[in-house]
Design a protein around this ligand. Structure first.
Ligand SMILES: [Zn+2]
Length: 344
């Protein structure tokens, strides 16, 4: 089936109380790993690419790889999402490339680094919603600023500074009303990258109560958790066992994400865990077979390690088993749904 607008997947997830992992991709093996996991677990999937990924793949490779995925897995509903668009131009170029969903991250200015004003955020996000919905494409906005930096994008906030930029639930209500976004990324103390927490997070640093408060005010808005890799110790251990030097670190526990799913979280961004899994697998081959020089001999185990992480998350978030239950909607059909004010 053609790539589907992400809104169709989020709506189905909301109606059936589950969450969807959104996995980042940069190359063929990662796309293959996600689709292999999706087929095995019969999961709908969100595949997302950052600006850095689009640059790395030169857009054209990425577009054709995604079309190949749709062709090879006709029974899996796949949404293709631009992660952290820094400007309306970035989002529009993604739509031209066939993305069925875009994130306009107006929580930061176009430099992707400086926290922006609320008015700027509303203005750029509204612009993108108008243009994207006219083409049936889904829009995710962000309010509040996440910690850390992802692919050069982020204010790099840590500790107390990051806690000052958590999403304000009252403002969230106003933001969604003014912009018409389909989904909202919220800042609740998570950050991008591997180094999220120095110990297993508790409620003072991972503020799940913010999600519960926002969901109470906006029961029909799909919430998104960024920086939500769990950073499992066993993946760090494999890297370090085979010559890596990863420091001790903690991610977002899967049970906290499951708690979020009970309170309106429908999209959970996972990137670091897959990076860790692939890196560990490649290091293992290099350490055990130093004479090996065929890239397939280490890329295949890397792909397999990522597939396992994807399967785990798909099962944990509840998207497993849902692929066949979703009635595919095209972007064209979505245009008509938006023109009816969202009524199917
Ligand atoms: Zn993010």
């Amino acid at each position: 089936m053609p790539l589907v607008p992400m809104r169709a997947l989020l709506d189905h997830a909301a109606e059936n109380n589950y969450g969807l992992a959104a996995f980042n991709v940069n190359d063929m093996e990662q796309i293959q790993a996600i689709l292999m996991a999706a087929e095995e677990t019969e999961s709908p999937v969100i595949v997302q690419a950052s600006r850095g990924a689009r640059e790395y793949t030169n857009d054209a490779y990425l577009r054709h790889l995604m079309l190949a995925a749709a062709e090879l897995y006709p029974k899996i509903p796949i949404a293709m999402h631009q992660d952290h668009g820094n400007s309306p131009e970035t989002c529009m170029s993604a739509i031209e490339q066939g993305f069925t969903s875009v994130m306009m991250d107006g929580s930061l200015n176009a430099d992707g680094k400086t926290p922006a004003t609320f008015d700027y955020n509303v203005d750029v996000t509204r612009k993108v919603v108008n243009a994207a919905h006219a083409k049936g494409v889904t829009v995710e906005g962000e309010l509040g600023c996440l910690g850390g930096i992802e692919d050069g994008h982020g204010a790099g906030l840590t500790g107390a500074e990051a806690m000052k930029h958590l999403t304000n639930p009252v403002q969230a209500e106003e933001f969604v009303a003014k912009t018409g976004v389909d989904a909202l990324a919220v800042a609740i103390g998570t950050s991008h990258g591997a180094y999220k927490f120095t110990k297993k997070p508790t409620g003072d640093v991972l503020v799940m109560s913010v999600i519960e408060e926002i969901h109470k005010r906006l029961p029909n808005c799909h919430l998104v958790m960024h920086g939500s890799s769990s950073v499992p110790k066993e993946l760090l251990d494999i890297i370090n066992k085979y010559g890596g030097q990863m420091k001790e670190t903690y991610g977002v526990p899967v049970e906290e994400i499951q708690r979020g799913i009970k309170h309106g979280v429908r999209k959970i961004n996972v990137d670091t865990d897959n990076r860790l899994a692939m890196t560990g697998a490649i290091r293992k081959v290099f350490a055990e077979k130093p004479g090996e020089f065929d890239p397939r001999k280490y890329l295949d185990p890397a792909r397999e390690a990522m597939r396992k992480v994807c399967v785990d998350r798909m099962v944990a978030f509840g998207q497993a088993g849902q692929a066949g239950k979703i009635k595919p909607v095209t972007c064209k059909e979505m245009v008509a749904i938006y023109s009816r004010g969202g009524k199917k």
